[in-house]
Design a protein around this ligand. Structure first.
Ligand SMILES: Cc1ncc(COP(=O)(O)O)c(C=O)c1O
Length: 410
């Protein structure tokens, strides 16, 4: 895995160069687009600092990145300059982070992990409907009990049946026996097509589903499945902190990934990334999008080009080497919290390559959890777990204060 680190001045030059290749609402004759630059009473474009602010300048120029630009040359050319930056971003994610062969994938910057997960399930549902003439009742979506709620949301929107697999109460691993029983029962009930969601870090625990065990079983039974990896949380961390993972496009069992820029990457909200092997986006092509050159394949439609530019800038300012160091630092902090908890006999869960520490609610008072803004597994029922997420704002002093108060409670 390698992508080059750029200096800030090079990044600035490349973004302003890309903007100069976009159609400019201020200087060109544009009569047909229902879009324009941002409101000038608030976002005046002669603010002196803008010449040194590539992201804000892109935000104000307001390029629309509607559509999917990896699909070929047939897409909106008004904003071709910043589309190229998005293409470089998708290339870094697909080829460098997830080991794809050049030109073997498509992808775009979605509104977030929720959209990217729904997009995947939408694609696979339509794939089965179109390629296998499946009926809706023939398709089921498989996911673990610790899966993010965007998957049940997708089932509701797409009218699909869900099969939830139990997880071990302590180590949070998918119970393979439960998977086997439920899949066999589902097959016996006549369901033929499966969409499998595998978590590359769950939201509450940072647990990582054992993809090899899952796919070994499915392949053994010759189950017809398409597999999506929800890396919304773990996608920008696990590939950098784990020595060996099966979460890569070199793994033939995987067809798509979601990864969120607006989590670990500290990008603004609206920066989920969806990646999928070639020849799949077509199943969600909206042919009625006649006025959009190249048609639309996304759930969201219009989307801000500034978001793509921003994620690209963050990845480029660090380079792959800098990014690895940054992620390892977060994991080190989480490891040291976990070691202290273990020493004090405080029950908790932590995956060795992630930055989440989830404490058993029997070992912490609700007051202390509230004081430090720990997130519970449930706001409706009695919480069973409270999680710490080690982000860049989590400084050693805060950790020390929290731990000493926690120790006093034991
Ligand atoms: C594993 C996982 N998937 C999906 C999502 C949804 O992401 P978003 O809130 O960006 O839509 C999250 C958010 O926390 C997540 O942790």
């Amino acid at each position: 895995m390698f992508w080059e680190k750029y200096s800030y001045s090079l990044i600035k030059r490349k973004v302003f160069d890309a903007l100069s290749k976009n159609t400019n609402y201020r200087t060109e004759n544009i009569l047909g687009i229902p879009g324009t630059f941002l409101d000038i009473d608030i976002f005046y474009d002669d603010a002196p600092f803008l010449k040194d602010a590539p992201f804000l300048s892109t935000l104000i120029a307001n390029p629309n990145h509607i559509g999917v630009h990896t699909l070929g040359d047939e897409h909106e050319d008004f904003f071709a300059g910043t589309h190229e930056i998005e293409k470089d971003l998708i290339k870094i994610c697909a080829e460098e982070i997830f080991g794809a062969e050049p030109y073997s994938y498509d992808g775009y910057v979605a509104s977030g992990g929720t959209e990217a997960n729904i997009e995947a399930i939408w694609i696979y549902r339509n794939f089965y409907l179109q390629e296998y003439k499946a009926k809706m009742k023939d398709i089921a979506v498989v996911y673990s009990a610790d899966t993010h709620y965007s998957i049940p949301k997708a089932l509701d929107l797409l009218h699909l049946k869900g099969i939830e697999i139990d997880v071990h109460p302590t180590n949070r691993e998918i119970l393979i026996k439960d998977l086997e029983q439920k899949i066999e029962l589902t097959l016996a009930n006549g369901i033929k097509y499966f969409i499998v969601n595998v978590n590359m870090s769950t939201t509450m625990f940072g647990s990582v589903d054992d993809i090899d065990k899952i796919t070994d079983f499915l392949n053994l039974l010759h189950v017809n499945y398409k597999l999506h990896v929800d890396g919304a949380y773990g996608g920008f961390i696990l590939p950098f902190t784990s020595l060996k993972t099966s979460f890569s496009f070199t793994n033939k069992n995987i067809t798509s990934f979601s990864i969120d820029g607006h989590k670990m990457l500290q990008a603004p909200y609206g920066t989920g990334i969806f990646l999928i092997r070639k020849e799949f986006m077509q199943y969600v092509c909206t042919n009625e999008a006649g006025y959009v050159k190249g048609k639309d394949y996304t759930l969201c439609g219009s989307r801000s080009g500034a978001n793509a530019v921003c994620v690209w800038m963050i990845l480029r300012i660090h380079g792959s080497v800098g990014w690895t160091v940054k992620m390892k630092q977060l994991v080190d902090k989480a490891a040291s919290i976990s070691e202290t908890l273990t020493e004090w006999g405080i029950k908790h869960y932590r995956h060795p390559d992630l930055n989440i520490v989830t404490i058993d609610a029997n070992y912490i008072s609700t007051e202390l959890a509230h004081k430090y803004h720990l997130v519970p597994d449930s706001h409706d029922e009695q919480s069973k777990w409270f999680k710490i997420v080690v982000m860049p704002h989590v400084k050693p002093g805060i950790i020390d204060n929290f731990l000493s108060e926690l120790k006093n409670e034991q």
